[in-house]
Design a protein around this ligand. Structure first.
Ligand SMILES: [Zn+2]
Length: 152
């Protein structure tokens, strides 16, 4: 894992955030180029995100705060502790580094709600555990299809 790879990945994640939360414009039709949704401002640069991730996780593996799976700068995913869809702010203080699997399952739960849910699931019989997690994964997949369309 090189410093350059890390930098590229974080730059890409920052770009995705700008696209997801930033202002949206009409792409065609009479209103082409006009503002469609004001969106939110991502209040930090890619370089600031980079130093934040390095301070949080660094280049060595550290455990996912929800499930304990080791994550590092190249495998982590970024999630909002209080989801933006529920009024959470986009500031760095509201970001959590976790594994991709937890990020998908967490959906629009807050970090505390998801931690509680994981504790609850952990104590279930294995068959019940896998049933719930399979259904949640399927639901997350359906949401992605609806959001990104067939191609994603
Ligand atoms: Zn995890």
């Amino acid at each position: 894992m090189s410093e350059k790879e890390i930098q590229q990945r974080i730059k890409k994640m920052h770009g995705l955030m700008l696209r997801r939360f930033g202002p949206k414009f009409w792409k065609s039709g009479k209103r082409k180029g006009q503002l469609r949704e004001p969106g939110m401002t991502v209040p930090f640069s890619a370089a600031e995100l980079h130093s934040w991730v390095m301070a949080e996780v660094g280049i060595y593996a550290s455990p996912c705060p929800f499930c304990g799976t080791p994550i590092d700068a190249l495998s982590l995913s970024l999630d909002h502790d209080v989801p933006a869809s529920r009024g959470g702010s986009l500031v760095l203080d509201n970001l959590v580094c976790c594994c991709l699997k937890c990020n998908k399952l967490k959906g629009s739960l807050t970090g505390d709600e998801f931690r509680g849910f994981m504790l609850y699931v952990r104590d279930l019989a294995p068959a019940a555990q896998s049933d719930i997690l399979t259904r949640l994964n399927a639901g997350a997949m359906g949401m992605r299809l609806r959001y990104f369309g067939r191609k994603a």
